[in-house]
Write a protein that binds this ligand. Sequence first.
Ligand code: KIV
Length: 272
Amino acid sequence: MSASTGEIKRVTTHVIQAMKNRQEKIAMLTAYDFSMARMLDEAGVDILLVGDSASNVMAGHETTLPITLDQMIYHAQSVVRAARRAMVVVDLPFGSYQSNSEIALSSAIRIMKESGAHAVKLEGGAEVEKSIKRILVAGIPVMGHLGLTPQSIYKFGTYSVRAKEETEALKLEEDALLLQQLGCFALVLEKIPANLAAKVSESLEIPTIGIGAGMNTDGQVLVTHDMLGITKDFKPRFLRRYLELFDEIGNATRQYISDVKSKSFPNEHEQY
Ligand code: KIV
């Protein structure tokens, strides 16, 4: 925040790059709605990711595959309305960029135009090269995503750690370099060995943002609902839970129900 005007300075791709250059870690969290985005932005998170994990945590689907472009745009609009400082990055959902680069570009344009977000993210390396190129040519910043890419869950078969074998690790290193060469401004590395993530982060000029990728990436991201303990039973090793909101909200709700049933809410001070 500038001292003289109280004006808040927006985090941009340049700010993110400068953070890597001066070795300041980047803090990214997911957000899908106005109220949560407001709290995270006020707390100072650098990037708000409107992740397609909304498909899981907001809509209750088992995978990220069902969420649509229209639904992502709705979530993105709500987050953009709340974010004063944070950069807002929006996931291109499954099916909105894989088939060809023209569709990819039109999906990215819809997200930018209809939500006012600042960048898009998409999963994959060489296989989506043409789509990334075309989106970048239109002036839309792109964040890459390698390692465990949940949109390919039915190809992988499990959500376990990726790139443990040499061939997959080599392909990931090549893809990371390619994404940088194409012009991606940052890269998510999901659930890969810490040594590999460290090597990729060290070799790239653009920042890497890890989830389950160890301590040596340039930033970290978590799904906010996991970090706050709203998703009760999801407890992978990489997740640090800062609250147990499932239990706390449950307790508050039980107290409310009891107050209503016992007629202690509302009392005389809580009426007109
Ligand atoms: O959709 C999402 O939340 C993500 C993060 C896990 C990086 O892609």
